[in-house]
Write a protein of this length. Sequence first.
Length: 201
Amino acid sequence: MINLVDAISKFRPANDRENDVAFYRTHVPWVGSLAYLNIIFKPAAPDVLLEVGAKMKIPPPYVEFLQRHNGADLLSGAISLYGVVRKGQLLKRSDPYSLPPFNIELENRSWPPPDRDRFLAIGGYGFDGSIPCIDRHDYHIEIFHRKAQMPYRAWESLDDWLTNEIQRVVELFDVSGRRLVDSSKTVPSPISEDEASGGSD
């Protein structure tokens, strides 16, 4: 299973901090005075994960992920990963370092996958709101445009998607956290016919 802190190790430390909620890595003040390039949440509380996991039928690979990282906001929001939040948890908006991850329950109600029984939304791409979903049947990942019925990209597993997509998007930023390309490049492109057929000579 991917370790997100290791996955973003390319970036230069800048006022990095840590508390009971999350790791805050690489301060990017040109985005906002309190903004960090990467926010990686600490493990989900076991009782909350057990309750929400059963209620949402979270597949085992994502349960394992939440046991390590209860969601994340990566690369200035280019990729977000949802976490579990205790019911009735109060938000201290005056303390930005106490805010929880995107709530997987609320996000699946706000932007439900096309087949709610089969797919669970586990995150989002900040540029256009594309939604990565895990298939509850075989645990592969499909990417949908919001309100679309058909996916436009797929990966064999959660770890495959996380590893490849984080590595790809990391390379679109310099070591200080400044994006080097247009923000549209942070979203995966649809698979080409050549890729689908395994390439050609």
